[in-house]
Design a protein around this ligand. Structure first.
Ligand code: ZN
Length: 672
């Protein structure tokens, strides 16, 4: 019925809408969404976005307080990340910020404009090295220009810090080029500048007990320094050690958080984290992670500490980061329905009987909404997090896997209007996408994660895909998980379980998958490139395999109108059958370890790009260009006080990136 009424609305606007590409003007956005401004400014290669804390109003006062204290704890450590990334970062930032505040000259000049772009890029990267490429960013102004700004604003900076903005020293934050000394050629501040890779490696080699089945994370929370005698030692990040002034602030807020914890287990974990910050004892860190992983009750959760080791070229030392989050109850409940029915999916899959698991164990997975981030997780943010990192804890106690739903939603919104209109062929397809894209992509992700990766089994004695399918293993694994999701997203069982509201959700996913796999994703590539990235390879593999194999029956049709190409799904039922066949084959490849067949599939369908289509996609998407890197302004929590008590916590959604950065510096500079 729904489809029918949509068609009527459509035909009132356009005659024979099924055959007419959609004009942009004929479509209206969702009102609720259009009220919120998802994007703000663009500078350098950056686009600034905003996100909303969905579900905030439903929290109790105690939960709001907990979230507030945890975000304050997070922000208290903000400057640690800056200092970890480079020893001159904080001094440079403070000089840049003073100029921003004190400059009274012409703000329309090129110099000022270039200065502000540089400063904003530094803010965005938490330092003077690019947040993604790690390369030191080059300002579009000279040292002389900079000196004039310093003089005009009475700003002080040391000679060395000033020079490194412009010279070639410390050119890379993290070097992964193993032909040079990894530690000496990395600018990160985890090692004194004169400590070599050999010295650092030897230091830890001496400590590590390789027979320990539950090893601590050696070196995780310290800097290696050379002492007065020339010997190498660790300076631990703890309350009475390095970064102590920021850590004591973090602890102050964590204590408050502990006082309003939602349950005993949560309070207990917070208590161990506080002990860890006080002692720097890495055994406490493990103890904490075991406790944290065991906290599954409650709506508020968080990450706070030295977590990921990507920024250390040797992989020992962790960068400070924090995420405070509230469970997306609705979405997480849906996930649990999927987990509860996981055996149904396995039993009814299109894969061969002998490749089915008799008893499937689902992955614990929840959808969360971010309340606030600080340190290395912002302004650029992850969209999924799976912790803890210690392998033995994961094996013995499990891990928590979360998807940052409101961040993904904001990305979605920021993609901007127009692209859908440009690449959908019929009014019906467009309307369906607008109405269901959010629900369908969430459902796809959930089925992919919860059912897809957990499904199927490998024949005895075959070995892991890493060994058998080698460099094609990841692409095929992602393809397999996608196909499980695609196979079931149109299954009537989903409606029966209340997971989707209509069959249009599945159809919207099919349209979108084909559109993306056949065309849209190519906008990330440059002319002449092959597809290298595993997810992109798998999407093209799945879409183009289905297109080729459905040609005889015209299941997916290539249409060209006014020089524009569209891939249109004509038969959803039959497309599902095709997805089922490919799933069965890829599962067979994995179960039997059939390297040749896997290689053949990926190389035939997933790697080479149709150069004509690629050129066309680049031309048609040019006008919608979003910056290559996106990041966020954080919401700001504001406690309402009465007689010294918090009676409510309000959320503000600021729009000015610069203002937030200056406010953070004012309020949270604890390392000075
Ligand atoms: Zn996956």
């Amino acid at each position: 019925m729904k489809k029918f009424s949509l068609f009527l609305i459509g035909s009132a606007i356009m005659i024979s809408c099924n055959e007419t590409p959609i004009e942009q003007a004929a479509v209206e956005g969702n009102e609720h969404e259009s009220e919120f401004q998802w994007t703000t400014e663009k500078f350098g290669d950056i686009q600034i976005l905003r996100f909303q804390i969905e579900g905030w109003e439903k929290l109790s006062l105690q939960q709001k307080k907990l979230a507030y204290y945890l975000t304050q704890a997070g922000l208290a450590g903000r400057d640690i990340t800056w200092d970890q990334f480079y020893r001159h970062n904080l001094e440079i930032r403070s000089a840049l910020e003073n100029i921003v505040k004190e400059y009274k000259g012409d703000k329309d000049s090129d110099l000022w404009n270039n200065f502000m772009v540089y400063t904003k890029r530094v803010w965005f990267s938490n330092g003077i090295h690019h947040h993604y490429s790690n390369v030191k960013m080059k300002p579009a102004f000279s040292m002389e220009d900079f000196e004039s700004l310093l003089a005009e604003t009475n700003t002080e900076i040391s000679q060395e810090a000033k020079k490194v903005i412009f010279n070639d020293k410390d050119a890379k934050k993290v070097s992964k080029d193993s032909s040079s000394d990894l530690v000496l050629s990395s600018a990160v501040n985890f090692y004194d500048p004169d400590i070599s890779e050999e010295e650092a490696s030897a230091f830890y080699k001496n400590q590590i007990d390789t027979t320990d089945k539950r090893p601590i994370s050696y070196g995780l929370n310290s800097k290696l320094v050379r002492n007065a005698d020339g010997e190498i030692e660790e300076k631990v990040w703890k309350i009475d050690g390095l970064y102590g002034s920021a850590i004591s602030e973090i602890v102050k807020w964590l204590e408050l958080a502990k006082g309003v914890a939602e349950n005993e287990a949560q309070a207990n974990a917070l208590g161990i984290l506080i002990d860890y910050y006080k002692t720097g004892d890495l055994k406490k860190w493990d103890e904490y992670n075991v406790a944290w992983v065991g906290v599954t009750e409650g709506d508020i959760d968080y990450i706070n500490s030295f977590i990921e080791v990507y920024d250390d070229p040797l992989g020992y030392k962790a960068t400070y980061e924090t995420v405070v989050q509230v469970k997306d109850l609705d979405a997480s409940e849906k996930m649990s329905v999927i987990s509860e029915n996981i055996q149904y999916f396995e039993d009814n899959s299109s894969i061969m009987e002998e490749h089915k698991k008799k008893e499937v164990v689902g992955v614990s997975y929840s959808m969360i909404n971010v309340v606030g981030e600080a340190g290395a997780t912002t302004p650029a943010t992850p969209i999924g997090v799976n912790l803890p990192n210690a392998n033995w804890i994961r094996k013995e106690h499990g891990s928590k896997s979360v998807s940052l739903a409101n961040i993904e939603h904001a990305y979605d919104q920021a993609k901007g209007n127009g692209i859908l209109e440009e690449f959908t062929y019929t009014k019906e397809e467009l309307e369906r996408a607008k109405k269901h894209a959010n629900a369908s992509s969430k459902m796809h992700t959930a089925l992919h994660e919860v059912v897809g990766h957990a499904s199927g089994q490998i024949n005895d004695g075959i070995g892991t895909p890493k060994e058998t399918l080698k460099n094609y293993a990841s692409t095929l694994e992602e393809g397999r998980a996608d196909l499980v999701a695609l196979y079931f997203i149109v299954d009537p069982k989903l409606m029966e379980l209340g997971l989707v509201e209509s069959e249009d959700v599945g159809k919207a996913e099919y349209d979108s998958y084909i559109r993306n796999g056949m065309m849209l994703q190519l906008r990330r590539l440059e002319i002449g490139d092959d597809i290298e990235e595993d997810h992109m390879r798998n999407r093209q593999l799945v879409a183009s395999w289905a297109y080729e194999h459905g040609k005889a029956e015209n299941i997916i049709e290539k249409k060209v109108l006014d020089g524009k190409t569209y891939f249109v799904v004509n038969d959803y039922e039959k497309l599902r059958v095709l997805f089922g066949e490919l799933l069965r084959e890829i599962q067979r490849i994995k179960s039997e370890g059939d390297y040749e067949a896997g290689k053949n599939l990926v190389e035939t369908y997933g790697v080479k790009v149709d150069p004509e289509i690629h050129k066309e996609v680049l031309e048609r998407t040019k006008k919608f260009e979003v910056a290559p890197y996106l990041g966020f302004i954080q919401p700001e929590l504001e406690p309402v006080m009465e007689n010294g008590e918090i009676t409510d916590v309000l959320v503000n959604y600021p729009k000015d990136f610069q203002k937030q950065m200056l406010m953070y510096a004012e309020k949270y500079s604890f390392l000075k």
